[in-house]
Design a protein around this ligand. Structure first.
Ligand code: NDP
Length: 495
C-alpha cells in the first residue's frame, strides 16, 4: 500500500535538504503543513534560518564546482536516471502531492510528476548541444563565444504545482551546469524533498540540488543573497515586484512566472463542443488554481445562449470530492484563507447583476465539510468592470461575457495588466491567426488550451512575468556568454 495512501496520513517533522542529505534547520522554528481536504495537520516542517540558507549556498558552491566540470554526457546520464526514478516513484510522489496540495489523484498521477520528468528529459537531451560560436578575423585573430553557467541559482515556488515547479525550474538550471536551491511554498513543502532524494539517488553530486523550507523570509534571503546569481519565482504579481527589487540589490537575474486573467474568445463559427471542453479544462482543472487559466470567456452573440446552456450541465456533472478518490475531478482549495478569498469573489458575483448559472457554494456532501471545497461556478452576462472579472480569483469561477465583433473583443480581451495566456476558438483559419497574433499574451492557443510540451516557451507579457520557462530560450536565462578574442599577431599601440 502506498505510504501516503489516504487523507488521514500524518508524517514526522520534515527537515531541510542540503549537501545531498537531510539536515536539521537551526532556527528552532517550525510550521505546519495542512491537508486541504480535511484541514488536519500532516506534519511540522523546519523553517530555515539565514545560517541554513548560507549553508545551502556553500553546499551549492561546492556542488557547482563538481557538476560544472563534469563531462556533458555524464550529466545527461544523471539527469536521465532521475527521470527514470521519477517515473518509477510517480504514484508515491503523486499521492504525497495530493495529500499536501489537495489536487486530485486523477491529476497528480498523470500530469504533475509526468510533465516535470518530461521537462528534465528534454533538458538532459540538450546538454551536449550547449555549444557556442566561432568568429574568424582573417590575418588578425579569431573569437570564440561560449556559454558558461551562472553558478548558484535559486527557485521560489508557488503552491499550485509544487513538485512540477521544482522540476521546471531546476531542469534547465542543472542542464546548463548550475547548482540550485529551491524554496517550496510554505503551504506545500513536501514533494520538493522527494525530488531532492531522486536527484541524489540518480547520482547528482551533493549540493547541486538543495531544498530550504520556510515562508517568505526564506524567499527574501535567497533573493537578496550576494552569492546567488539568479532567482526564478513562480507567484503573484506583487511578490514578483518584491523579488525583483530584492534581486536588484545584487543585480542578479530574475525569471518571474506570475498571475493571469486570461481571455478565451469563442466565435460564432467555433465547434461548440470543442470550445466547451477546453473552457471547462481552462477553468476547473486543479480547482481553478492555475495561473494560465482562461477565466474571461468571451462568446460571440450568435453562439452565446447555446454555449451557456450546454456549459452549465457539463460543469454540474464534474465530480467534486476527496482528492484520493480516483474518479474525483475537483478537489479542495489549498487553504482556509484562500478559500475565504475565493468565496469573497463568489459573493461579489452573486451580489452583482451577472447571471448565476451554477456553483459557488459548499458541496452537499457532509463528508466534505471540513475541507476547503467550493463547487465550480459559472456567471454569465458579466461586465468587464466587475471585480471578479478583472482580478485573479485563482479558484473555480468562470465569467462568461457576450461580444459582437472581432475588434471589440480584442480591445476588451487586452484591457488588462495581465498577459499570460489566451485562446481563440473559430473554424476560420485566417481569423484564428489574426486574433492569436493580436492577443497580448505570452501563450495563445488556437482551438485548444493549456498545451505545454517542454519544447515551447511559457511565460507572460505585461505584469504576468518576465523571462520564460521551458524551451530553448530558457538556456539563455541560465547561462552567460563569454567572448574570448585571440590575437594572432603583434598588438600595435594606438599611440
Ligand atoms: P505567492 O506570490 O504568495 O508566493 C509564491 C512564493 O513566493 C512562495 O514560496 C512564497 O512564500 C514566496 N514569497 C512570498 N513573498 C515573498 C517575498 N517578499 N520574497 C521572496 N519570496 C516570497 O504566490 P502563491 O504561492 O499564492 O501562488 C499563487 C500565485 O502564483 C498566483 O498569482 C498564480 O497566478 C501564480 N502562478 C504563476 C504561474 C506561472 O507560471 N505564471 C504558475 C503558478 C502560479 P510563502 O508562501 O511560503 O510565504
Amino acid at each position: 500500500m502506498n505510504e501516503y495512501a489516504n487523507a488521514s496520513t500524518t508524517l514526522p517533522t520534515q527537515q531541510l535538504y542540503i549537501g545531498g542529505r537531510y539536515v536539521d534547520a537551526t532556527s528552532g522554528e517550525t510550521f505546519e503543513t495542512i491537508n486541504p481536504a480535511t484541514n488536519r495537520v500532516i506534519c511540522e516542517v523546519q523553517q530555515a534560518s539565514q545560517g541554513d540558507v548560507d549553508d545551502a549556498v556553500a553546499a551549492a558552491q561546492a556542488g557547482f564546482a563538481v557538476w560544472s566540470a563534469m563531462p556533458a554526457m555524464e550529466r545527461t546520464r544523471i539527469m536521465l536516471k532521475a527521470v527514470e526514478i521519477l517515473r518509477e516513484r510517480n504514484d508515491e510522489i503523486a499521492h504525497l502531492e495530493t495529500l499536501d496540495s489537495g489536487k486530485p489523484l486523477s491529476e497528480t498521477t498523470t500530469v504533475d510528476i509526468v510533465s516535470g520528468a518530461d521537462q528534465i528529459e528534454y533538458y538532459a537531451g540538450l546538454i551536449s548541444m550547449l555549444h557556442g560560436q566561432h568568429f574568424d578575423f582573417p590575418s588578425s585573430g579569431f573569437a570564440s563565444v561560449k556559454r558558461e553557467p551562472l553558478g548558484v541559482c535559486a527557485g521560489i515556488g508557488a503552491w499550485n504545482y509544487p513538485v512540477q515547479i521544482a522540476m521546471w525550474k531546476s531542469a534547465p538550471a542543472l542542464a546548463c551546469g548550475n547548482s540550485f536551491i529551491f524554496k517550496p511554498a510554505e503551504l506545500t513543502p513536501l514533494t520538493a524533498l522527494k525530488l531532492a532524494e531522486v536527484y541524489t539517488a540518480a547520482g547528482l553530486p551533493d549540493g547541486v540540488f538543495n531544498v530550504v523550507q520556510g515562508d517568505y523570509r526564506v524567499g527574501q534571503m535567497l533573493s537578496r543573497h550576494e552569492s546567488i546569481a539568479k532567482i526564478s519565482l513562480t507567484g503573484e504579481v506583487g511578490t514578483g515586484k518584491k523579488v525583483m527589487a530584492d534581486a536588484a540589490t545584487t543585480l542578479k537575474g530574475v525569471t518571474l512566472e506570475l498571475g493571469g486573467k486570461s481571455p478565451i474568445i469563442v466565435f460564432d463559427d467555433a465547434d461548440l463542443d470543442n470550445a466547451i471542453n477546453a473552457t471547462l479544462v481552462a477553468n476547473f482543472y486543479s480547482a481553478g488554481e492555475v495561473c494560465s487559466n482562461g477565466t474571461r470567456v468571451f462568446v460571440q452573440r450568435g453562439l452565446y445562449e447555446a454555449f451557456v446552456a450546454k456549459l452549465g450541465p457539463r460543469t454540474e456533472a464534474l465530480k467534486i470530492g476527496d482528492p484520493f478518490d480516483p474518479d474525483v475531478m475537483v478537489g479542495p482549495l489549498i487553504s482556509r484563507e484562500h478559500h475565504s478569498k475565493v468565496m469573497g469573489y463568489m459573493d461579489a458575483a452573486l451580489a452583482s447583476t451577472a447571471r448565476h448559472v451554477c456553483g459557488g457554494s459548499a458541496p452537499d456532501d457532509v463528508a466534505l465539510a471540513n475541507g476547503n471545497y467550493v463547487t465550480p461556478a459559472i456567471f454569465a452576462d458579466c461586465d468587464d468592470e466587475m471585480s471578479f472579472v478583472r482580478e485573479e480569483v485563482f479558484g473555480p469561477l468562470m465569467s462568461v461575457l457576450p461580444f459582437d465583433d472581432e475588434d471589440e473583443v480584442l480591445h476588451r480581451a487586452n484591457d488588462t495588466n495581465y498577459g499570460l495566456s489566451g485562446a481563440v476558438f473559430t473554424r476560420d483559419f485566417a481569423r484564428a491567426h489574426r486574433v492569436a497574433n493580436a492577443i497580448e499574451a505570452g501563450n495563445v492557443w488556437i482551438n485548444s488550451y493549456n498545451d505545454l510540451p517542454p519544447s515551447i516557451p511559457f511565460g507572460g507579457y505585461k505584469q504576468s512575468g518576465y523571462g520564460r520557462e521551458n524551451g530553448l530560450v530558457t538556456l539563455d536565462h541560465f547561462t552567460q556568454w563569454k567572448t574570448i578574442y585571440a590575437n594572432l599577431g603583434d598588438f600595435e599601440a594606438y599611440y
